[in-house]
Design a protein around this ligand. Sequence first.
Ligand code: AMP
Ligand code: ZN
Ligand code: FE
Ligand code: FE
Length: 275
Amino acid sequence: MKFADLHLHTHFSDGTFSPEEVVEYGKQAGLAALALTDHDTVEGCAPAAAACAKAGIEFIPGTELTAELDEIEVHLLGYFVDTQNRKLLAKIAAFQAVRQDRIREMVAKLNRLQVPLTAETVFELANCKSPGRPHVARALAKAGLVRNLDEAFERFLKKNRPAWVPKAKMSALEGVELIQQAGGLAVMAHPGLNRSDDIVPALVEAGLDGIECFHTKHSTSMSEHYLEIADRYHLLVTGGSDCHGFSKGKPLIGTIKLPYECVEKLKAAVKQKVR
Ligand code: AMP
Ligand code: ZN
Ligand code: FE
Ligand code: FE
């Protein structure tokens, strides 16, 4: 059976693999198709597309945008977006600037807590335009200021912890529109993570195309629950591992096996929109 992994990060955001490494691990996992979904960037898509072409894997360009609705954070996956779309690129650049300012603010908070980290250390380690909390966590661990990434999040970086800084987000409606005007499909990511069922009807109203039913952090019953929701609202079904690199010594890539039939449905939906 052919299967796909449609939620993958690279070092262009907070993943640790290069696009080429993602494709290499994807090949080892036997993927027929894969999508890159880096936070607030599409930079990894061109090199990933080239590597996929060589490896005989179908590539789907994508991104993951952070949005909010009724004060609930919602991650929107954009599949098949035109990676040259001017409006998308302009918005992405604005959100990258927000991310960079937020790193400076988190570091300032850490410094007030007598944790001696510099923003430059974080930026050097991140070495990308879309830095995030995982980079702060890695910089803290590398400097020996915490024992591991979990401790960094638990002590400092999780929501409402002392070095947490809320991120200015676009509205979910704006996010859906942004993805669709770039020719993409807007998909609600990992709905089971923040138990955000209440906002599904409003997202559907905004034109949401799909929902990520299969995700590393979804239990079997959660996946079944979201398959029912997809059915009820006529949403496309997606799934992916949300691999950010090695996890417990192994890459997560390919641990979620989305039936290829779902990819075919996504492609048919994109075609229909273009017409
Ligand atoms: P940001 O976009 O800067 O808010 O960072 C969000 C990213 O941080 C997510 O995509 C996860 O990869 C990671 N993350 C969030 N919470 C935790 C946590 N408690 N432990 C480890 N990583 C986390
Ligand atoms: Zn991430
Ligand atoms: Fe996410
Ligand atoms: Fe993700």
